[in-house]
Ligand binder design. Sequence first.
Ligand code: IDP
Ligand code: MG
Length: 141
Amino acid sequence: MSVENTLSIIKPDAVKRDLTGKIIAMFEENQLRIVAQKKIWLSKAQAGSFYAVHKDRPFFDELCEFMSSGPIVVQVLRGTNAIEKNREIMGATNPEQAEAGTIRKEFALSMTENSAHGSDSPETAREEISFFFSGLEIIQF
Ligand code: IDP
Ligand code: MG
């Protein structure tokens, strides 16, 4: 168990429905602290660049359309086992398979519009954090 940073995104479907505060509270209640945060609106090309790993998947175009359909909140969460803990709090990708009390079970609209993103490994956390934030923008303590 080590203290980690992970990238979290509150996706357009959730920002649009004013669920930002409720979702942030779920992280804070689970000992994940926000050490960087901003609200931005990605272009479709920028969304494609963030999700480049999925570029050959059938849902890629729909995913990029959705992720550029409105503002998102990008944030760095820090805490013990933050990467895995964030994914537990989010729940399964498919909201129908997500556990009760998770972000996706409570708030997601569909498999694509599933309210939250979280890095899935230490390597992707590092890459995804540096996609959105410079070192200066991340609280170090
Ligand atoms: P994750 O967000 O749980 O890590 P990934 O497999 O990395 O899931 O997929 C990235 C995002 O692409 C998902 O969060 C979801 O928004 C979308 N997505 C994944 N699989 C599908 C699918 O089968 N149909 C539609 N959208 C999907
Ligand atoms: Mg993923």
